[in-house]
Ligand binder design. Sequence first.
Ligand SMILES: Nc1ncnc2c1ncn2[C@@H]1O[C@H](COP(=O)(O)OP(=O)(O)OP(=O)(O)O)[C@@H](O)[C@H]1O
Ligand SMILES: [Mg+2]
Length: 270
Amino acid sequence: MSIKDLKAYWGFSRSPFSKELAPSMLFASRAHSEAVARISWCIEEGALGLFTGEVGSGKSVAARAAVAGLDGSRHTVVYLANPAVGARGMYAQIVSALGGTPRFHKAALIPQAMAALAAQEAEWGRRVVVVLDEAQGMDEALEELRLLMAADMDSKAAFSCLIIGQPLLRRRVRLGAYVALNQRIALRYVLEGMAKDETGAYIAHHLKIAGRTDTIFADAAVEVVHQVSRGLPRAVNNLATQALVAAYAEKKSVVDEASARMAAAEVDAE
Ligand SMILES: Nc1ncnc2c1ncn2[C@@H]1O[C@H](COP(=O)(O)OP(=O)(O)OP(=O)(O)O)[C@@H](O)[C@H]1O
Ligand SMILES: [Mg+2]
């Protein structure tokens, strides 16, 4: 059985639950909408925000959506998502993204990055947005992030910063090494899973994008998907896809509870 067969069976014009949705096609769950609004606030205010949520809760998608809504002529986004980036890598990527050539020695690189950040706002009227995604693995970069911020507590940082990561990050920033950083966090937001009614609407939304506007998932199937996924979008995607496969294998015209349970058992076994 191929994806092509599955699409033909269900009459989809494209693969449902695709990862590559344009920002305008995203589902506006409460968590997603609230996260996007808060990320946008941080960017506008030049603030430091901490966004956490379980694996697959939609953190990166929300950050991408907020960034896509920015005026490109007034913002420069530096997106770091490699946990192995290290402090030097962070400085170097900021300098490169702002059009400079990173100096070799770290002692020279730090002031270079600070100057490049300050110049964006002062000389070009551009707000820099530094995004540290997968930040639960970026201990060194996080420890040094505060060095890039204004030395004077009261003055504004020269850039907005979004720290994004898994739940353990929330506790980690409270540790001693991050006192100064923790104090500068202006906003903390936790992305929760979707509520049950939202999970159903989320599934319907993805199916509609794939070309089916009628009901394919029975209520009982949605219920199972919601329970098992706890409303976390990536888990919903995986379960719903497996449920479509299971229903197709038995030549059903609707994804019923049995198909969803089969999908849940398979995803569990992975
Ligand atoms: N608002 C949304 N509309 C449609 N699909 C979404 C939405 N939010 C999340 N998704 C789906 O869920 C998947 C997981 O989202 P995302 O990659 O943002 O999670 P994450 O929280 O960054 O996970 P990780 O901790 O693994 O980095 C996306 O690939 C996308 O398919
Ligand atoms: Mg992510």
